[in-house]
Design a protein around this ligand. Structure first.
Ligand SMILES: [Cu+2]
Length: 276
C-alpha cells in the first residue's frame, strides 16, 4: 500500500492483494499465506510444464508402443522428497508455531482487555466487564430481545459497571484483546479480515480468541484514503436467512479515547438505571 508505515505492511499482503493489516500477528499470517501460494505456484508451473512436455514428447505418432521399463533415473523421487521437505518446513516452521501462539499462549487476563461477544441470529452482543473486571451474572429468565438481549442481571453488584452494546465493539489500540465468543442459537463466526482473525462461535461453548489491534480506525481512514472506513465483524458462517446483515463494527481508538467512551457509556447506563 502506498505510504504505509514500515513494519505494518507485509510484502505478501501487497503481492496477494490481501485486506490492509491491522493486528500485531497479522504479518505472520500473511507470510504463511504468501509462502504457501509461492510454493504452490512453483509446483503448478513445474507439474504443468512436465505434463505439457509429456503430452508432446510421448504423442502417439512418436511412440506407438508403450515402454514397459519406464524411466530409470531417480530425479522424480528426489523431486518428491524435495516437495515433502518444503511442505514439512511450512508446517513445522511456520504453521504450528503460529497456531500455538494463537491458541496456547494467551496473554494473561490482567494485561488484556476481556470482552464477551455473543452471536445471535443476526447480531453481535458485546459485553464489557467494566472497571471491576468481573462480568455480571446473566440469567436466561431476564433475557429480553429488545431491552436486555444478554439477560444481564443489573441487581448483581458485579453487573453495575458492565457495559453492553449491540454490534459495536470498541477497542484500545496496542493492547491485547481477548474476545470470549459465545452463541445463543446456531454456529456463527467472528471474522475481522484486517485483524486476520476468524473464529467460530458455537452454542454451549465459550471460545477465546485474542489479537492486538495496532492501527486505529482514524489511522486506517488516513491510510486507505476512505474517510468512512470501518472495521467490520463479518459473520463468516452461513447462519440463517439474515446472515448477510449480521455485521458488527469495530472501532479502534487510543487508550484515552477508549477510556472516555467507556465512561460515557457508564454515565448513560446510570441514567437508564434511574428509570428502572
Ligand atoms: Cu451469524
Amino acid at each position: 500500500m502506498v505510504g504505509a508505515p514500515k513494519g505494518v505492511e507485509n510484502m505478501m499482503t501487497d503481492w496477494l492483494g490481501l485486506p490492509a493489516l491491522a493486528s500485531a500477528h497479522g504479518g505472520q499470517i500473511d507470510s504463511l499465506i504468501g509462502w504457501t501460494h509461492l510454493f504452490m505456484l512453483i509446483l503448478f508451473v513445474g507439474w504443468g510444464g512436465f505434463f505439457a512436455y509429456a503430452v508432446v514428447r510421448f504423442r502417439r505418432s512418436r511412440h506407438p508402443v508403450a515402454n514397459y521399463t519406464g524411466a530409470k533415473s531417480h530425479t522424480s523421487s528426489y523431486l518428491e522428497v524435495g516437495v515433502a521437505v518444503v511442505e514439512g518446513i511450512l508446517l513445522v516452521g511456520f504453521s504450528i508455531p503460529l497456531w500455538a501462539a494463537r491458541v496456547d499462549r494467551m496473554p494473561p487476563d490482567s494485561e488484556s482487555l476481556l470482552v464477551q461477544v455473543t452471536g445471535e441470529q443476526f447480531a453481535w452482543n458485546v459485553h464489557y466487564a467494566g472497571s471491576d473486571g468481573v462480568f455480571g451474572r446473566t440469567d436466561i429468565k431476564l433475557l429480553d430481545l429488545q431491552s436486555n438481549p444478554l439477560g444481564l442481571d443489573r441487581s448483581d453488584p458485579a453487573a453495575k459497571d458492565d457495559i453492553t452494546t449491540l454490534n459495536q465493539l470498541y477497542l484500545p489500540v496496542n493492547k491485547p484483546v481477548i474476545v470470549r465468543l459465545r452463541s445463543k442459537d446456531v454456529i456463527h463466526s467472528f471474522g475481522v479480515p484486517e485483524f486476520r482473525v476468524k473464529q467460530d462461535a458455537i452454542p454451549g461453548l465459550t471460545i477465546p480468541v485474542w489479537f492486538v489491534p495496532n492501527v486505529t480506525t482514524e489511522e486506517m481512514r488516513a491510510r486507505t484514503g476512505n474517510p468512512e472506513f470501518q472495521y467490520e465483524i463479518a459473520c463468516a458462517q452461513l447462519c440463517g436467512l439474515g446472515h448477510f446483515r449480521m455485521r458488527g463494527y469495530v472501532t479502534v481508538q487510543s487508550a484515552e479515547e477508549f477510556q472516555k467512551w467507556m465512561e460515557e457509556r457508564l454515565a448513560e447506563q446510570a441514567e437508564l438505571d434511574v428509570f428502572r
